[in-house]
Structures are given as structure tokens and as C-alpha cells.
Design a binder for this molecule. Structure first.
Ligand code: IVH
Length: 667
């Protein structure tokens, strides 16, 4: 085939496939069979491979997902990603409405939408092309997960029509429909992988997978519900969303303009029942003022818009039988009793397990085996048992006898004064605790080694790792023979382990997982002691002389280094080349120019990330505070600083400086 014919055919195929994608994923009206679709896609992939000069990042073939692993880039949100005020009560909703009316002094229209329960995403389009897809992150900057997002067929890579703004942001929720979620968990169960507790966790987890090809296999979907930009076509939320539908976005139809608060109540009442039949999870209704002019007039509080609110539904309950109780051992040795249940449908998914919290809770609710128990889905966690239907209890039932030894290593359990949970004290010999510490060690903010929980389990079971230091002995040949490892993934892991030797001392210290030594304490210790040798042999007084280190932390550090196993591990890590002292150039940068000064930072900066700025403040002797008070010395403001913060700083007469002024303070 000559290039001209190929180019033409590639264009035709892309258009045809885009058309089918839209019909299938957005309209849910497929027009060809899967086989026909695959045939077209295969032809496109082959042609693109043969004629790379016609490659296009917006081609539908890109959705198949490339197989490269990469870390996500953190980028600032062009508009901060705020959350919504929550309410569960009619009264608070009425209060919201009254505030709106009082402040506007005119009629108001609301748009009622469903509150989709997934992971929020912020998409940027330039000249009709998807160029960025950021997770919420901390609201000010997020991870660019664009490669993963491209695998979601209902998100257009290239917009239709021509009347879209040159640049705009559209936000929505990435979610997993029930059917896809259950299928995925079935597959995970068969593969021995840990199950996802609910579709939201599964969607959020999937978005963060470092391998787009794996993401492409998960049936993620995305509803869009919020547009931002300078040149949006209409002056109201509803009209713009309807327009965005024409550009190819999946704008949910579950939406209604309401002219009165009574219409809002009717919408809520309808969905409180109807939600049970939806093929995906929602956890409430979002109510937004429709007119942008009115939205602007109402403005924002520090964290949330005053023109929108979410009304959350109360959790649904289900009644089912308690078959048995498992006891799980967490990373810190804490024991959690988990109920095995007769499978039951709850809020759209089938539930087989639920948390029983601890021994006291079991006693308090008087839960017995074979009882019929009420279960409920909590905000974040897996379902929990919330009560017993005593009328269905068997006459011969006996109270639960709580375990006394660790189910993993048989060590007698302990319980500390004032703590609800039992725990296994065998820190260094109990497998889940060992694996937990390795998980912490490799995590992103610690050594940042690309190693999933399931892989740690696999390496541990094969005897390749017994503690953190063993990671540095792993060779490619050890991995290749293992299931799930291929040449490339083995190589990547080894590379990632080698790269971790560049991680600075303060993060290594955090990675060691010494009790109470979090990121901030680790930083303080690293800066003070400068090397592990100095720290390891420090006495309690020396430790407590460091700012913010009290007796509890100091004792924990001493206890850690007193344990021969930890001493050996540190030696091995040292031999492997892990960084155990502050590098000279890191040290040079410090000074005491900001000694005792309290800073609040707000907004997004161009020269630094927020974390870098906070680090600098600390390195030069200053302190970071989360909110402005009369004690604050400076507010360092970046772009998009919250208006409430600015106002507060002005009221208190606190200087608001930008990053350049800040740098001058360091001179
Ligand atoms: S609007 C400033 N609409 O709920 C308003 N949010 O706290 C921005 N959510 O994390 C949000 N469904 O991810 C909006 N129809 C909907 C929504 C929705 C779900 C999520 C969103 C955010 C949270 C709000």
C-alpha cells in the first residue's frame, strides 16, 4: 500500500471507530458486533505500525493502552479543585436555600444532579484535544493520569464539531459500574489478588495503576458534570453541559433544572428509592445554582462554593446471616475481626464480608455465630456489621469467643490500656507485619520502588525478601522465573530498586518505619543528626533536644536501634548503598534567616511545588502553619490563592508575599 492510500484509510478507520465508540460508550447503542469492531481496530493498529509518520496521540488505537510503566507527573490545577458542603438533612438544605435567596435577592434556579461515587477527574482540552487529566490530589495539584484516562472509551480524545472553546477544563467522576466491578473482583479472587472493597476504591485504584494496558482492561466509565473556562458558550451550568454533550462528552441524563426548593425535594425523594436500580453507585444528590452570574455573586468559602451543596443519602442496610469470623492481622499487628456472611445485595453489589471492628464491639452488639446481622456501607470503609436481629436468633446460640493468639504466627495477643484493638506483639516474626513494613518502605513518599502489594506477597512467599534490606539482593534472574514477571517487568523492578539508592536520607529514615517517625519527624532528625551513625547512638536527652521530639518518639527511636535485627538491617542497607547521611549540597542550602517565623502558604507556585516551598521554610528555620492566625508572620501566595485566606490576611494585617519576595527573605 502506498503512503497516500494508507493515510486515507487510516483517517477513514479512525473516523469510523470514533463513531462506533460514541454510539457504544456514550449513547449505549452499539451499531456493530464486537468482532467487526475488533477487525477495524486491528486494521488501524497494523496500518499505524506500518506507517508511523501518520501517528496521532488522539487516534482511537491509543486507547488500547501502551505497556510502559511510568510515574505520574504532578501538575497544578488551573482552577483549584474544591469539594462540596455536605448535608444529610432537609433542614440544612432549607438553610442553604435561604442563604442563597437572601444573598441574591432574586429568583434562583437549581440544577439537581446525582452524586456519583467514584474518583474525580479534571480534564483539559486544547483545540478540541485532550491534553491533560489530573486527579484531585490535594486540590491544588494532582497527578496527570492522562495515559490511563485515554483508555476510557467514553472520554473523547478529540471533540466533535467546531464550536468548543480553544481551551477549557471539564470535570467529572470516573467510576466502575456494578457489573464491571463484580467481574473484576471475581477475576481477582481467582488470581489470588486482594479484592477491592467497593467500586469507588476500585476506580480510584485503577486510575493510579502504572500500566495503561492493565487499566484498559478494566471497564471504567466517566460522567462529566462541571465546566470551567474563560470562553464557555453560555451563561448557565445546564446549557453548557448540554452543549458539551454535542462535543461528545458523556453528560449524564440524570439531571434536572428545578425552579423551587420543593422540586429539589421531589428529585431527592425520587432518587433515594430509584438509586437502588441504578447500575452504578451514587451517594447523594448535588444541588447547584444554575446561573454563572449568581454563582459569582455567591462566591466561595475557604473550601467550598456557596452556590452548591450535596445532599447525602443515608447508608442502605441489608440483613444477612453471619457464617463465621476471620481475624485479620494488619501492618502494625492490630487484629480486625471480619464477618463472613451469606452473600447479600447491598447498594448494588454483593457483600460477603464485613468488618466487626474489635472484641468490644462484638460484645456490645452481642453478636453470635449464625445470627442475622444488619450490615451497612460506611463512608470510606468496607461494609460493617451494625446490629443484630435478635428475633431471628437460635435458642442455642453462644457468645463469640475472641481469639487469644495471632492467627498468623500463634503469638499470644496483647491489648494496650485504652486501646480497643488486640495486637500481635511479634513484630519481627509475624508475616503480615513484615510485609506491611516492606510495603511502607517501598511506598512513593518513602523509597519509591515500584512494587505492588501482591508482588511483595509473592516475593515474600518465595523467600526472596524477609525484610527491607533483602530487596537490594534481588536479581533479574530471580524474578524472571516467577509467575507474572516477564523480562521487562523484572528489569524495571531491579532498575527501580537501584534508583532508590538516590533517595535522600530524610526519606530513607521515614522509610525505615520507626514507630512515630513520620515524614516531618524524619526530616527534623535528618537535619539535626546528619547521618544514621549520629542518630543511632544518640541518647534520650540528645534526641529530645531536637525540636518537636518528645519522650515518646525518642524512646521509640532508641528501642528501634537497640534491636539487633534492626541494626543488621541498617548495616545491610548501608552496604547496598542506600543513602544514610545528608549530602553536602543539601546541607549548604540551610540557614537561619527564617528562624521562628511562621508561614502559611496558599495557591500554586511556578518555581516550587508546595512541598518544596514548605521544605525550604523549614530548612531556613521557619515553621509552616495550615491556617492564618494573628501569630502568622507571612502568607506566601501563589496563583489561585483562596479568596477567604486573602481576606483574612488583610484583616489581620499580615504581609502577603509572592515566591520572589520569599526568596529575597532567604538572602
Ligand atoms: S460538582 C465545585 N457534581 O463530589 C463543585 N461533584 O465534594 C465541584 N461529585 O469530589 C463538584 N458527583 O468528585 C459535582 N454531579 C456532581 C458530582 C460531584 C460526584 C463528587 C466530586 C467531588 C465531590 C464533591
Amino acid at each position: 500500500m502506498d503512503p497516500k492510500t494508507a493515510e486515507l484509510r487510516i483517517r477513514q478507520l479512525r473516523e469510523t471507530i470514533n463513531g462506533h465508540n460514541y454510539k457504544y460508550y456514550v449513547l449505549a447503542q452499539p451499531s456493530i458486533s464486537d468482532f467487526e469492531y475488533d477487525t477495524l481496530m486491528n486494521e488501524l493498529i497494523m496500518l499505524e505500525a506500518a506507517f508511523p509518520e501518520f501517528n496521532d496521540p488522539a487516534s482511537p488505537s491509543q486507547r488500547v493502552g501502551s505497556d510502559i510503566n511510568r510515574n505520574f507527573e504532578q501538575l497544578p490545577h488551573a482552577y483549584p479543585m474544591l469539594s462540596l458542603g455536605n448535608t444529610y438533612s432537609r433542614q440544612e438544605l432549607a438553610d442553604f436555600h435561604n442563604r442563597v435567596v437572601k444573598s441574591l435577592q432574586e429568583d434562583v434556579q437549581y440544577v439537581c444532579e446525582l452524586k456519583y461515587d467514584g474518583a474525580s477527574i479534571s480534564l483539559t482540552y486544547e483545540n478540541g484535544r485532550l491534553v491533560q487529566a489530573l486527579t484531585r490530589g490535594d486540590g491544588e495539584k494532582g497527578d496527570n493520569v492522562i495515559d490511563n484516562v485515554k483508555t476510557i472509551r467514553s472520554i473523547p480524545l478529540q471533540l466533535k464539531g467546531e464550536d468548543y472553546p480553544e481551551k477549557f477544563v471539564i470535570r467529572g467522576e470516573i467510576f466502575l459500574p456494578h457489573e464491571g466491578f463484580e467481574k473484576m473482583n471475581r477475576e481477582r479472587e481467582e488470581a489470588g489478588d486482594p479484592l477491592f472493597a467497593n467500586p469507588r476504591n476500585a476506580a480510584a485504584g485503577t486510575l493510579k495503576i502504572q500500566n495503561p494496558r492493565l487499566v484498559a482492561r478494566r471497564p471504567l466509565d466517566c460522567f462529566l458534570y462541571f465546566l470551567l473556562g474563560d470562553k464557555l458558550p453560555f451563561g448557565s451550568h445546564y446549557d453548557n453541559l448540554q452543549k458539551a454533550k454535542e462535543w461528545g462528552f458523556k453528560i449524564p441524563a440524570y439531571m434536572q433544572v428545578c425552579k423551587s426548593i420543593d422540586e429539589v425535594y421531589t428529585f431527592i425523594d425520587h432518587w433515594d428509592t430509584a438509586r437502588k436500580k441504578l447500575p452504578f453507585d451514587i451517594d447523594g444528590v448535588v444541588i447547584k445554582v444554575n446561573s454563572y452570574a449568581q454563582q459569582r455573586k455567591l462566591g466561595f468559602t475557604a473550601k467550598t462554593p456557596r452556590w452548591a451543596i450535596s445532599y447525602k443519602f443515608r447508608a442502605e442496610q441489608a440483613l444477612t446471616r453471619l457464617l463465621s469470623i476471620d481475624y485479620q492481622v494488619g501492618r502494625t499487628g492490630a487484629i480486625t475481626p471480619v464477618a463472613n456472611l451469606e452473600p447479600v445485595k447491598l447498594a448494588g453489589t454483593t457483600v460477603k464480608r464485613a468488618s466487626l471492628h474489635n472484641a468490644d464491639q462484638i460484645a456490645l452488639l452481642d453478636i453470635r455465630l449464625d445470627d442475622y446481622v444488619y450490615i451497612e456501607k460506611g463512608g470510606e470503609i468496607i461494609p460493617k456489621v451494625v446490629g443484630v436481629e435478635k428475633s431471628k436468633r437460635s435458642l442455642f446460640s453462644q457468645p463469640v469467643e475472641y481469639i487469644t493468639v495471632c492467627p498468623e504466627c500463634n503469638t499470644p495477643l496483647k491489648r494496650k490500656e485504652g486501646e480497643a484493638k488486640h495486637y500481635c506483639p511479634n513484630e519481627n516474626g509475624c508475616p503480615p507485619q513484615i510485609k506491611g513494613r516492606i510495603e511502607h518502605f517501598v511506598s512513593r513518599r518513602a523509597m519509591d520502588i515500584g512494587l505492588a502489594e501482591a508482588t511483595i506477597e509473592q516475593l515474600y512467599n518465595h523467600g526472596l525478601i524477609g525484610n527491607q534490606a533483602d530487596l537490594y539482593n534481588i536479581k533479574k534472574e530471580d524474578l524472571i522465573n516467577l509467575e507474572r514477571f516477564a523480562e521487562k517487568s523484572a528489569e524495571n523492578l531491579v532498575k527501580s530498586i537501584i534508583k532508590s539508592k538516590e533517595v535522600p536520607f530524610e526519606r530513607v529514615l521515614f522509610a525505615l518505619g520507626i514507630r512515630y517517625v513520620g515524614e516531618t519527624v524524619a526530616k527534623k532528625l535528618a537535619r539535626h543528626f546528619k547521618s544514621i551513625d549520629n542518630l543511632q547512638y544518640a541518647g534520650i536527652d540528645e534526641l529530645m533536644a531536637v525540636e518537636e521530639i518528645g519522650e515518646k518518639i525518642a524512646e521509640s527511636i532508641i528501642q528501634f536501634f537497640r534491636d539487633v535485627r534492626n541494626q543488621l538491617m541498617v548495616e545491610k542497607l548501608k552496604d547496598a548503598g542506600v543513602c544514610f547521611s545528608i549530602k553536602e549540597n543539601e546541607e549548604e542550602k540551610t540557614g537561619n534567616q527564617l528562624q521562628g517565623k511562621i508561614f502559611v502558604i496558599s495557591g500554586v507556585f511556578t518555581k516550587f511545588s508546595r512541598d518544596e516551598l514548605k521544605d525550604l521554610i523549614e530548612k531556613y528555620g521557619g515553621k509552616n502553619a495550615g491556617s492564618i492566625s494573628s501569630k502568622t508572620d507571612y502568607v506566601v501566595a501563589g496563583e489561585n490563592m483562596g479568596p477567604a485566606k486573602l481576606q483574612k490576611a488583610q484583616e489581620l494585617g499580615i504581609p502577603v508575599i509572592d515566591e520572589n519576595d520569599f526568596l529575597k527573605l532567604l538572602e
